[in-house]
Design a protein around this ligand. Sequence first.
Ligand code: ADP
Ligand code: MG
Length: 691
Amino acid sequence: MANTEVAQIPVTRLRGVGAQMAGKLEQLGITSIQDVLFHLPMRYQDRTRVTPIGSLQPGTEAVVEGEIMIADIAFGRRRSLVCRIQDGSGTLTLRFFHFSAAQRNNFRRGLRLRCYGELRHGSSGLEMYHPEYRSLDIEQPEPLEQCLTPVYPSTAGVSQARMRKLCAQALQILAKSELAELIPGHGGRGFGLAEAIRYLHTPPPNAPQQLIRDGRHPAQLRLALEELVAHNLSLEKLRRQQQAQGAPGMGAGTAAVEAFVRGLEFRLTGAQQRVIQEIRGDLCSGVPMLRLVQGDVGSGKTVVAACAALQAISAGYQVVIMAPTEILAEQHWGSFQDWFTPLNIEMVWFTGRLKGKQRQQTLAALAAGEVRLALGTHALFQDDVVFNRLGLVIVDEQHRFGVHQRLKLSDKAGSLTGRPHQLVMTATPIPRTLSMVAYADLDCSVIDELPPGRTPVQTLLVDNNRRQQVVERVQAACRSGRQAYWVCTLIEESDVLQAQAAEAASYELEQALDGVSIGLVHGRLKAAQKAEVMEQFKTGQIQLLVATTVIEVGVDIPNASLMIIENPERLGLAQLHQLRGRVGRGPETSHCVLLYQQPLGQQGKARLGAMRESNDGFLIAERDLALRGPGEVLGTRQTGLMEFRVADLRLHADLLPQVKQLAGELADGDTGRVDALIRRWLGSAERYAGV
Ligand code: ADP
Ligand code: MG
């Protein structure tokens, strides 16, 4: 066993781990000794000292020793076995609601017990319910624990005691095996890797527990740093692997883009022009573009995408554009038809609804290269979708797709030599700290300017018990020729329930509003029905659109200047900001009413307050990150993109500059070390970088 890396030793090497236990551990992501070591406690118990009964505090856990004064069954509301002990400084009641006759008989007067448990106020003063206990041999008392006792995160089917034994064994193996130090100078944290692991599983009695709970102990920082570095290196490696393959140069398309821009009905903003230039630089370079364009809601990303697409198409390549929802794909389809039909560019619209013969024909046309632009939803991922010369992949609203989905699309390149260029666009501004980690494989452009003539949206917080006033406000707005959205939210992501909630709201509003034409869209409608309602809203036939969050992204109707969001406390800030971005697109001052339901917690108040105070998506995203964590901000919980073993970006964002620097230094050095780091932390999870 000596000199073997702990990652290579299977967990079945531990005593007491057979096939069944191995299966349970695998559910926790634990298959090797290293995984056991990386499974860190979430808190500790102090069983290193005995507390005199007289100085016990309710709400704390403690070890207590005392002599039994009396033990009896109490018949209160619930029958219980009650055992009173004393140690000279005071008395304490141990209470058991479940007990055996043997247990009762064992509690003899004069017997000395050592107990561990949580203290609470009971009917007889301080009590412990169901403490762990054992009788004490006065001659030879068992020694107390030397270290704090770890409490591990929930361990489906593996008891805490079991987990502790496994970790103790793993630590013994660690002492005899290798865990190479891969971070130079321990990242300045004063702990080697093995040392940090040992410390966190078995901290000394005087360890600063609060610091550890906050995730800020140097041993934790040491581990988090290494994990983030490994993550960063894997993304960088992915990037280099792609770039090494080269990409088509698209300089031939530049003139066409310039003519297109001159023909637009509006002048591009400075920010749009700059980003278009950056993209052009990439497309002409012969190296695959890997670029993220971030721009707040309404900053005009679509036309930037159109310029990129046109550059590729005019240079002789195919382009695919993928949107996260059908409504958005449909809306893009409208814009691209307006822009590209006059240029005689063959386009197809590709969604899950495309079936049978039509689908076959479309696929054939894509494979043959007759069609130059395919626009659609994730249906484009399907295996039988292949291109002839796919030169550019554009993904709108990236935060809903993972790295792998992007790669999968760019694997469809057909006979192209090299890799297609990739352009990712997101309206959920991603805090810099986060994008450094989540998108380390992408270059970043920011459209930090809105087209002229926009007026900031005024946001109001209104308690739902003033709902009637809000309804009157909607009535007044519609009377004066404006349009409005009424957005219903639900916690459950069930289309059925959401649709029901929206139907109920629309019924209620129909009763309450006089002479206002109301439309309804939700995820259960057929796409054609949705499109029809949206069209009627666009042309003004519908004045009030009751909707679920399906309208979240991209919908663009300038005359709509009022939005009511019901139960905004249920949504993330980024999502609220997206929704709110549907108004404020015309010259009128727009309003967004957040119709919240009491009681709002402290955090709920802070979050909605942030919405009222700011229209800046980046600022709001930073707040959301601080309040809710990165998974929620990126919407990538399901893709596992931001799931770390130790690191937590809420606690460790300040490490990122150092992460970046260390990763840079390591990448310039020994590739063996880089691969070892990636293997150690991302392991078999090839989902990341195909290491
Ligand atoms: P987003 O960045 O949210 O995707 P869009 O691309 O949908 O924004 O653009 C929002 C609206 O602004 C569209 O109607 C678009 O035609 C318009 N627009 C884009 N750029 C400009 C500009 N430079 N000047 C005026 N209007 C613009
Ligand atoms: Mg958009």
